[in-house]
Design a protein around this ligand. Structure first.
Ligand code: ATP
Length: 313
C-alpha cells in the first residue's frame, strides 16, 4: 500500500461576518476565504496495526484523539469499516509550519489532508463535494480546506461556493508567539455584546448572504483589483478581540502605516495579515514592522495567495 505526502495550506478570511444564531447553537456566518501557500505537510502511511499513530515535533500539537488529523482518520475508519479491517490503521506525521491556535485553520487543514489522503490510499474515488460533506462532520473550516482557493463560505462556514481565483497577491502573516485567542471565547464574546444585531429569520439571513455574494468585495475579486480587495477587508471578530488585545490592534496599525493594500486580523486571531502587490514589498515591510515593534515574540511569514486546497506532493 502506497504512502502519501500532502501539502495542506493555511487560510485567511478576507471577509468574516456574523449574521445570526443557528438552531444547532453555531453562528450563521458569511465568509470569504482564501488559501495561502504557507502550509503543513502531512505524511500518511498504512501501519498494518489496529491504531492511528500521530507524530509531530511541535509541542503545541496534541498527539492524541483530540487532534483533528486523528479524528479525520477515525472518521474514515468508521465510514469504511471493511477497508479499515483489511488495511489497518495509519501513521500520520505532521510537519507543522502553520502557527498553532492562530486563526489560520491549522488543525482543519490537517484533517482535510487526512481525508484526501485516505481517499487516495484506499482508492475510494470520493468526489470533492463528498469529501467536503465528510469534512463538515469534523469542523466548519474543514470543507473549505479540502478545495481551497478563493471561496464564499456560508451556513456555519461549511457550505462552499468557489469564487474566481486569486494568486497574484502577497500576504504577510504576523503573530506574537506568546499570544493565543480561543475561538469559542471570541464567538461567545461577540454573542454577548452584539446579539441584538443578529438576524433571526431565514429570509433575512438569505438576503444578507446574497448581498455579500453580489457585493463590492466579490466584484473586486472577479476583477482581480488588489487595491479594492485590500480596502474592503472586513472581520466582525475584530470588534471583540482588538479591544481585549491592544498589541494586535497596534500590529494592524503598523502594517497600515506602511501603505499595504490592507491589513486585518484573520479569523478569531491573533494572526494579523497584510496584503501587498509583490514579494519584495512584502518582505521589506515584514522586516520593517518587525524592527519597529522590536519584540522577539513577533514572528512574520511572507506567503502568496494560492488557488488550491489539499494537493499531493
Ligand atoms: P480555527 O481557525 O479553525 O479556529 P486555529 O487555526 O485558530 O483554528 P488550530 O491551529 O487549529 O487553530 O489550533 C487550535 C487548537 O486545536 C490547538 O490549540 C490544538 O490544541 C488543537 N489541535 C487539534 N488538532 C490540531 C492540529 N492538527 N494542528 C494544530 N492544532 C490542533
Amino acid at each position: 500500500m502506497q504512502s502519501y505526502s500532502l501539502f495542506a495550506p493555511a487560510k485567511i478570511n478576507l471577509h468574516l461576518e456574523i449574521i445570526g444564531h443557528r438552531p444547532d447553537g453555531y453562528h450563521e456566518l458569511v465568509m470569504i476565504m482564501q488559501s495561502v501557500n504557507l502550509g503543513d505537510v502531512i505524511h500518511l502511511r498504512a501501519n498494518g496495526k489496529d491504531e492511528i499513530r500521530l507524530f509531530c515535533q511541535n509541542p503545541e500539537v496534541p498527539l492524541n484523539n483530540t487532534n483533528l488529523a486523528y479524528k479525520a482518520a477515525h472518521l474514515m475508519q468508521q465510514q469504511f469499516p471493511k477497508l479499515a479491517q483489511n488495511f489497518g490503521g495509519f501513521d500520520i506525521v505532521i510537519e507543522k509550519n502553520i502557527p498553532v491556535a492562530a486563526g489560520l485553520a491549522g488543525g482543519s487543514t490537517n484533517a482535510a489532508a487526512v481525508l484526501v489522503g485516505i481517499n487516495l490510499m484506499w482508492s475510494l474515488g470520493l468526489t470533492q463535494p463528498e469529501l467536503r460533506d465528510l469534512g463538515a462532520l469534523l469542523g466548519s473550516d474543514v470543507p473549505f480546506c479540502i478545495s481551497g482557493g478563493t471561496a464564499i463560505a456560508t451556513g456555519r462556514g461549511e457550505q462552499i461556493e468557489p469564487l474566481p481565483d486569486l494568486s497574484d497577491i502577497w500576504v504577510i502573516l504576523a503573530k506574537y508567539s506568546n499570544l493565543s485567542v480561543s475561538t469559542p471565547w471570541a464567538y461567545n464574546s461577540y454573542r454577548e455584546q452584539f446579539n441584538h444585531l443578529y438576524i433571526s429569520d431565514s429570509q433575512g439571513i438569505n438576503q444578507r448572504t446574497r448581498q455579500v455574494h453580489s457585493g463590492d468585495l466579490v466584484k473586486a475579486i472577479s476583477q482581480r483589483n488588489s487595491e479594492q480587495i485590500g480596502a474592503l477587508l472586513y472581520n466582525d471578530l475584530e470588534k471583540v478581540v482588538l479591544p481585549e488585545f491592544p498589541t494586535v490592534k497596534a500590529l494592524i496599525d503598523a502594517f497600515k502605516a506602511e501603505n499595504v493594500l490592507g491589513s486585518m486580523m484573520s479569523g478569531s486571531g491573533p494572526t494579523v495579515f497584510a496584503l501587498c502587490d509583490n514579494q519584495n514589498q512584502a518582505e521589506a515591510i515584514a522586516n520593517k514592522v518587525q524592527k519597529t515593534i522590536n519584540d522577539s515574540n513577533l514572528h512574520c511569514w511572507v506567503a502568496q495567495m494560492c488557488t488550491h486546497g489539499i494537493i499531493k506532493q
